[in-house]
Design a protein around this ligand. Structure first.
Ligand code: GLV
Ligand code: GLV
Length: 326
């Protein structure tokens, strides 16, 4: 009998048809996220799972899936999954690296430009009939060229953002576990530094670190106070890297000049105070939301599930090789 694979949301593209040659595919087509009990029921009988970043997969849930061999998370981030628990239970976990790097860097850049040039405020002004003609002081923003961009977390996406910064004539400061190669540092005008120095010296700051318990509220009231008053903060990584309430207060009191956010601490809820800040640009967690990227993410998840069900270690596995689960 073919193995069973549960897919937590319909996916763009037709990659699930390819999966259907290898497995019985069950898709949650309710038009909403699966609830925890529904997920528990679905994975109790599944050999494979394609999960969404909004599906928390903790140890107690994974224990209810005796046949599950692989979880392919339709995201690069995997903070929704207890990976050590999965490893202990013999479940392979895979994610979708690389294919969303450029799309996410583009969105970070879009937020940076939108916040610095006050595009959303301008759009509102025009639609509401407030544009009464050009004048020298209308909606002045901040220039990017000649400024310093601080990148927190210089992995694949952080590096892609730094490449864009070079095109805009910016200098880059960055924090991260690893330093870039010296030739690349030179090419990108990038210098590794400590967090405090980055916060106090950057004109624009963009977050590209994974969310871990140690990174919780990496940016809070104290860090916001270290930033320049003209600073603009962008987050396309994970909401809980920032103390959202503290950020909203800082924006309201103009401790910093602006923010461009794609992710929130308690999605889909957004701190109410943020909603009333004109100097915040708010996107709905859309970093990877291009047709190209979302289709490639589906392809990678399908490849990972097929490989794992065959007994191979998927190219995108985060753990393994693991003893084979029957
Ligand atoms: C999106 O947030 C992802 O992690 O892919
Ligand atoms: C602006 O529109 C200019 O021509 O300077």
């Amino acid at each position: 009998m073919k193995p069973t694979v549960f897919v937590a949301r319909p996916l763009p593209g037709n990659h699930l048809e390819r999966l259907a040659k290898h497995a019985r595919v069950r898709v949650n087509d309710t038009g909403r996220d699966v609830r925890k009990e529904e997920l528990a029921k679905a994975i109790a009988e599944a050999d494979g799972l394609i999960s969404m970043l909004v599906n928390p997969l903790d140890k107690s849930l994974l224990r209810q899936a005796p046949r599950l061999k692989v979880i392919a998370n339709y995201a690069v981030g995997f903070d929704n999954i207890d990976v050590p628990a999965a490893t202990e239970l013999g479940i392979i976990v895979a994610n979708t690296p690389d294919v969303l790097t450029e799309a996410t860097a583009d969105l970070a850049w879009a937020l940076l430009l939108t916040a610095s040039r006050r595009i959303v405020e301008g759009d509102r002004l025009v639609r509401e009939g407030g544009f009464r003609g050009w004048h020298p002081g209308l909606l002045l923003g901040r220039q990017l060229s000649g400024k310093t961009l601080g990148i927190i977390g210089m992995g694949r996406i952080g590096t892609a953002v730094a490449r864009r910064a070079a095109g805009f004539g910016m200098d880059v400061l960055y924090t991260g576990r690893r330093a870039l190669r010296p030739e690349l540092e030179e090419q990108l005008r990038a210098r590794q530094t400590g967090l405090e120095q980055l916060l106090s010296m950057s004109d624009f700051i963009s977050l590209h670190a994974p969310y871990t318990r140690e990174n919780h509220h990496l940016i809070g009231a104290e860090q916001l106070r270290l930033m320049k008053r003209e600073a603009i903060l962008v987050n396309t990584a994970r909401g809980a890297l920032i103390d959202e309430r503290a950020l909203a207060e800082a924006l309201r009191q103009q401790v910093i000049a602006g923010a461009g956010l794609d992710v929130y601490e308690r999605e889909p809820q957004v701190e109410p105070l943020l909603l009333s800040c004109d100097n915040a640009v708010l996107a709905p967690h859309a970093g990877s939301a291009t047709w190209e990227t979302r289709s490639e993410m589906a392809a990678i998840c399908v490849d990972a599930v097929i490989a794992a069900l065959r007994g191979d270690v998927p190219r995108t596995a985060l753990n393994g090789p693991l003893p084979r689960r029957q």
